[in-house]
Design a binder for this molecule. Sequence first.
Ligand code: ADP
Length: 438
Amino acid sequence: MHPALCRSWRHSLARLGGLLALALAAGLWFDAVWPALCAALALALGSILWRLHRLSQRLRDRRRVEPLPGEGIWPELYGLVYRRQREARTRKRRLVSMLRAFREAAAALPDAILVLEAPERRIVWFNEAATRLLGLRYPQDIDAHLSHLLRAPRVVEWLESWNCDEPLLDVASPADERLRLGLRLIRYTGRQYLLVVRDISMLMRLEQMRRDFVANVSHELRTPLTVVHGYLDMIEPEDFPELAAGIVEMRRQSARMAQIVEDLLTLSRLEAKERLDEETVAMAPMLRTLEHEARALSRGRHRIAFEDEAKCDLLGSGKELHSAFSNLVSNAVRYTPEGGEIRVRFAREADGGLSLAVRDTGPGIPAQHIPRITERFYRVSSSRSRESGGTGLGLSIVKHVLNLHQASLEIDSTPGQGSTFRIRFEPRRTLLRETEPA
Ligand code: ADP
């Protein structure tokens, strides 16, 4: 109880106690006082009950209680209720103005914000931009399931996974198909998620321009390079002894340029694809081809071993997978010094998936380079890469091929001891081999 109210109660009770004691003493002396005493008590009790009833009626009807003048229990009680009501009104006004400011801020946002509830992706709330970007209508779409409104299989799959780690980019807007959207999920309570939808049309256009530019430049360079390379091949260095070293170097560099152009074209082709045509990739002949290529590149300078432990085939694109595997194997051969060892192991994983691991005893890669090593033209040491005839695009191609196969690349390396590049495929890509190759 409030201390002031408590004090008033104590005073009132003390006063009442005094009066009762006085009345009892009078009653004991004069019998005739009893009826008058009882009537006075009943009157006092009735008045208290009536006042309490009026106060509770006001509170129940949510009407304002005004403070009473004077002192005593009733002014104290009314004053207390009056103050509490005034505080509640101030708090409510503050909350309403905060809510209004929040609504205005949400409406001014250029990004669409949706509150979704798990597990059915029910729309709990959305701002104005969601109408422009996703075509949502208020209030009809409140409580609707988002996957009924965004039906592209890619979007439904992403929404079903509640993937808060990676945004989904380049989604066509259901309201205007010229708009390209980026979607990001943020979990903020156990069951509720915030979906932020951003118009990334401009970014996607720039990205497309960059891709087209690289593809066009590479394409335009291909023909002149073929001509230069062809003529250089026709010139015999022995016929021009004073230019022999220059001719050999020109041949080497033009071959490298041609390889860069081919790799850039491969990357452009892979970037333009969302999915690949999938087939059964027979791994026994694939491993034999890779081994043959590795031995040809090594020319007997390394110990090379291939182990086919999985005895399974892969579901994927044979051409692209060969290009990814071959990049890893050729890196292992190119970066491992003479006398080193290269082991390629195709195995079945505990989860039923397949893995291809390429291990070498080369120079290794310092840990700080590993996160960036699959970026285009990223090199640990540009001189070492150039000496080995690299283009700086090999691992970028590997990454793109693996993304199109939903596979992952793990790099484990110790500088001075060697590296292991391991590709892991999901179990759904494992195919039992029907006939063992001869
Ligand atoms: P490059 O054509 O230059 O080899 P990659 O994209 O294939 O380009 O590789 C990127 C960089 O990663 C290389 O320049 C090299 O520094 C490093 N690298 C790749 N594979 C190996 C390996 N097996 N051992 C040591 N370093 C490697």
